[in-house]
Ligand binder design. Structure first.
Ligand code: C2E
Ligand code: MG
Ligand code: MG
Ligand code: MG
Length: 287
């Protein structure tokens, strides 16, 4: 009866369902323990600027160094942490770690440090009423200037408007940059650009994969670049794996590229200039 009232379909118990629920609870408890035992790490992937080849920014990506299973990908635990709410605590830890790390690089390297760190924020974090205040506190405690931080959100997280969009306006007012992640794969992509404050469009890897061939993906990659530059946004192409892709994207107008071609996410990236299209670090060429 209660199930009917909430409109939930009545489902019969099955062992498979129970196993999944068990796995969910077990993994959730492990994430809780991992937080307490300091098993999470943040790694950083370069976002390279053309034509200079300098590392203009880095994206912070979380890793779980599991004592038995080794390094666990976020794809395996972020969805669980989102569902059980632990993403709020984990996400704040990631945010604080990333802000502190860039503040350290700035102190150590001066102008050679990346200008910005980009932190992924899940829908559930963004929908919390005090999210912008949490970000302001992380910035204040690390001493990182707000303009040096970008938050990456997906179209899906902001699609419904509401508190998530209010939070983006508050972040903007702080001076934090907003990036739409995996752009082009979620809901209502172009309409969102009229209603949501955005500074950076991260064009999804799926449009980059075949950008060397004349075809639909290339047409879309070019159109997304045109839209973003027409609106005064910065376009970043994600998932660039080859020099040929970098070359093709450069020809379409892209000036910011990210992907294994330039470097995998690591704890301590090399910020030496890369030869922009070829993607090798110049120190590697010299050595
Ligand atoms: P994302 O934010 O779109 O991050 C990009 C993902 O693509 C990363 O995977 C990165 O390692 C991978 N990648 C980058 N360049 C290439 C490439 O050239 N080829 C290929 N095949 N992959 C590439 P990762 O680190 O496994 O993260 C997966 C997703 O998990 C992220 O997608 C993001 O949605 C989520 N995630 C990661 N870290 C965090 C975090 O700290 N907080 C939240 N809320 N989500 C996170
Ligand atoms: Mg991202
Ligand atoms: Mg992305
Ligand atoms: Mg992605």
């Amino acid at each position: 009866y209660a199930a009917k009232q909430t409109g939930e379909p009545v489902r019969r118990w099955t062992p498979a369902l129970d196993e999944r629920a068990g796995e969910f609870v077990r993994l959730g408890a492990e994430i809780r323990a991992a937080l307490d035992q300091d098993q999470f790490r943040v790694v950083y992937q370069p976002i390279v600027e053309l034509p200079s080849g300098r590392v203009a920014a880095v994206e912070a990506l979380v890793r779980w160094e599991h004592p038995v299973r080794g390094v666990v990908s976020p794809a395996a635990f972020i969805p669980v942490a989102e569902r059980n709410g632990l993403i709020v605590e984990l996400g704040e830890w990631i945010l604080r770690t990333a802000c502190r790390r860039l503040a350290e690089w700035r102190a150590e390297l001066g102008d050679a440090a990346p200008r910005r760190v980009s932190v992924n924020v899940s829908a559930r974090q963004l929908a919390r009423p005090r999210f912008a205040a949490t970000v302001a506190a992380a910035l204040a405690d690390s001493g990182l200037p707000p303009a040096c931080l970008a938050v990456e959100v997906t179209e899906t997280a902001v699609f419904e408007g509401g508190q998530a969009v209010i939070a983006l306006h508050e972040l903007r007012a702080l001076g934090v940059r907003i990036a739409l992640d995996d752009f082009g794969t979620g809901h209502s992509s172009l309409g969102l650009l009229q209603t949501v404050p955005v500074d950076i469009l991260k064009v999804d890897k799926s449009f980059v994969d075949q950008v060397t061939e004349a075809g639909r993906h290339t047409v879309i990659a070019e159109a997304l670049f045109q839209v973003s530059s027409g609106l005064g946004l910065v376009a970043v192409a994600e998932g660039v794996e080859t020099a040929a892709q970098a070359e093709a994207l450069h020809r379409l107008g892209y000036r910011y590229l990210q992907g294994y071609h330039y470097g995998r996410p690591v704890a301590d990236p090399d910020f030496a200039l890369t030869s922009a299209i070829a993607g090798q670090s110049t120190s590697a060429i010299a050595g």
